[in-house]
Design a protein. Structure first.
Length: 125
């Protein structure tokens, strides 16, 4: 493979890898208050029975927390809903900067080795 192909692919690979460096961070405030105040794009709700539900664009209406269906073509009447009284905790996605740096450096190192091997192979021919 030509070196230019490696160089062209590198930014896309690095960008896609950084999205994997996230984790769920449990919030210490009352779940409904957090959603109303912060309006996070996604939350993971831990229910009192141990089940977990991911709500996209959560909204609190009365005593229930709603989310949008992940599939935009889904029927809006099938919105996931959890009564606030059944919510044990909520967590939001957070980027882990150290994992992102480590993964980026690791992928860059592998890419550098691949380029060196490609250069060596071209000169060997």
């Amino acid at each position: 493979m030509p070196i230019r192909a490696y160089a062209a692919a590198a930014p896309a690979i690095l960008l896609s890898m950084t999205s994997g460096c996230t984790h769920w961070k449990t919030q210490s405030v009352f779940p409904a208050d957090y959603v109303i105040a912060r309006q996070p794009p996604v939350v993971r709700v831990s229910r009192t029975d141990g089940r977990r539900v991911v709500l996209h664009r959560p909204l609190v209406v009365g005593d229930t927390m709603y989310g949008l269906p992940r599939n935009r073509k889904a029927d809006p009447s099938t919105r996931p809903a959890v009564p606030v009284s059944e919510i044990d905790a909520i967590a939001v996605r957070r980027i882990d900067p150290w994992a992102t740096v480590g993964l980026t450096l690791g992928v860059a190192a592998v890419g550098a080795v691949a380029v060196v091997v490609a250069i060596y192979d071209e000169r060997a021919d």
